[in-house]
Design a protein around this ligand. Structure first.
Ligand SMILES: [Zn+2]
Length: 298
């Protein structure tokens, strides 16, 4: 029996906007105007000609409710091809972006491990030779089948998941497969022993299935505690991505990589505005609103 979209949403515990920033709806024009005022102000602080180093965060690309539409994604990739340098995440956080000639320097990431990343996004990434990082929820993946995301209450409802063979196919190109834990759990609420089991278990399975060392991790919902910032490298990871909405700034903390969420329904103008910094001020509000225990360690 197939579930209606409403039932799926009700059953799902998925809260894509729980911590990630979505830009305000188009029916809140005053907030959008505020963004346009902020752009020159933000650039004024950073220096008008300074470069912007950004990590973009996607989930699914397809026709489902929470997915970025394929046509929108294609337009965004075309925009990046014309106006930005897209480089590997590790190269970006190591500061190699400074050598790029364009002002916008981006890395692309996808969370959770949806099949649409292989079917819709991967061909375009190959066409433009854009590297990307895909953080997978390892327990949701099967060898050759595409399991239903509805089997997990923490994933986007109504999606299909990647298979391990699709991961292998992408990993031989410029796609890095990282961990998003075994079961997409909230690390801010998990006892350290369970967190370590999730971190090590997912890393081990990725390495076993793909025959490559897995050094990269993304916090589910971007949530973490100070203890987790120590545990993640103890479990063998070199980088960890959050959902803190801001561009990279020196010095980059590789265990708290900020990322700009690219939500479903963003027009090309919205996408451009996020890249240009109109919505950077939302990152300040987000930092204040974060629960104390998952606030960044300063
Ligand atoms: Zn996730």
């Amino acid at each position: 029996m197939s579930l209606s979209e409403k039932d799926r949403d009700k059953r799902s515990h998925y809260r894509p906007e729980m911590q990630a920033i979505n830009i305000p709806d188009r029916n809140l024009p005053y907030l959008r105007t505020l963004g346009r005022f902020y752009r020159p102000f933000g650039r004024g602080i950073a220096g008008f000609t300074s470069k912007r180093f950004l990590v973009l965060m996607y989930h699914s690309v397809g026709s489902t409710k929470h997915a970025v539409k394929p046509a929108d994604f294609a337009a965004q990739m075309t925009f990046l091809n014309e106006h930005a340098n897209v480089i590997d995440l590790v190269a970006l956080i190591k500061g190699e972006g400074w050598r790029c000639e364009r002002r916008l320097v981006c890395a692309i990431t996808f969370d959770d491990g949806y099949m649409s990343v292989h079917d819709e996004a991967f061909p375009l990434l190959c066409r433009y030779r854009f590297p990307a990082t895909v953080y997978i929820t390892t327990s949701a993946l099967r060898a050759d089948q595409n399991s239903r995301s509805d089997e997990s209450p923490y994933l986007l409802p109504g999606e299909r998941m990647l298979s391990w063979s699709q991961c292998r196919e992408m990993a031989v190109r410029d796609i890095t497969i990282g961990s998003h834990l075994c079961h997409h759990l909230d690390l801010a609420r998990l006892p350290a022993t369970c967190a370590a089991a999730e971190l090590k278990g997912s890393k081990f399975e990725i390495e076993d299935r793909l025959g490559k060392v897995c050094k990269h991790f993304a916090f589910p919902w971007g949530r973490y505690t100070h203890r987790m910032l120590d545990l993640v490298p103890e479990c063998g990871y070199e980088t960890a991505a959050t959902v803190i909405h801001r561009p990279l700034a020196e010095p980059v903390d590789p265990l708290r990589i900020p990322r700009m969420n690219i939500g479903p329904g963003y027009t090309l103008d919205d996408f451009r505005a996020v890249l240009e910094g109109d919505w950077d001020y939302l990152g300040i509000i987000q930092a204040v609103k974060q629960p104390r225990r998952s606030r960044p360690r300063e």
